[in-house]
Design a protein around this ligand. Sequence first.
Ligand code: DOR
Ligand code: ZN
Length: 345
Amino acid sequence: MDTLTIRKPDDWHLHFRDGFMLQETVPATSRCFSRAIVMPNLIPPVTTGSLAESYRQRIEAAIPKGSAFTPLMTIYLTDDTSPAIIADASKAGVVAAKLYPAGATTNSASAVHNLDQMQPVFEAMAHHGMLLLIHGEVTDPDIDIFDREKVFIERRLIGIVERNPSLKIVLEHITTAEAAQFVLGASDRVAATVTPQHLLYNRNDLLVGGIRPHNYCLPVLKRNTHQLALREAVAKGTPKIFLGTDSAPHERGKKESACGCAGCYSAWSALELYAQIFEDLGALDYLEGFASEHGPRFYGLELNQEKVKLVRESWHVPTEITLPDQNKIVPFYAGMEVRWKVQEV
Ligand code: DOR
Ligand code: ZN
């Protein structure tokens, strides 16, 4: 098979950033995705409906002329988020709220310190039909970084799911066998996204032969048994796991640093890489469900009607991308060969 025509996909988790960076990130995603769930971890974070609305307008201003793209806005939960803020955000068209345990990842310092106090907020979200998107890692210093997702599920997530049976929850960017197993066994109100890097790579790709800062993201890449479990889960075609790239740009100097930032900027190649992964798994028939159907069905949104065509064509991801301010980003999979290419939308 040398061409692949699928319903136009959506990206259910990414970071556009702000300011001039939108000139890079919005066109890169809108080349092949129809909608995207936009993460709110700006500085300062997007914590209310009105901040989400003005961020939406800045994103919309960066959509290339003639391309149809819809940003789906989220707010960032803090210790001060109230049911009234949720009601107001829902009225402003915000579809989901993001839960970062404080300190778990990039720009999460002002997020939630005490999860137990969030129950009224979760109830308000369920009431307004707003989804809860979770960065599922504990931050306790005594928990090894490779165990933080597993421990979050045991100590936090199971309780949140049990106490909120009508709240739709997405465990974002899953990285472990335990996460896949939990989501597959949970109610149909619980789903997960998975990134290209966690399907393609394991921690050897981060650490063997030298530290590879451009493969560093959070949750961090795990051992190969977890990678294999994630690959096995998506190859089943389950509707509970769908596409979320976690495309997360950082300027080159901030990645290649003594204390490098977490995040892989995958927008330039993500859809093609997912196609490659599903092909390698002998599961190409399930690509469309993963990329274009499971997400909107879970969110309760219409499926896209447009199509996207991928052709079997070898190309190389650029080794770096120049931003409007002349800073550089090294994209995910930089300089490497990809076998599929998006041809036309
Ligand atoms: O690798 C990551 N980068 N993980 C996150 O959770 C946040 C993201 C970012 O904002 O750069
Ligand atoms: Zn993210």
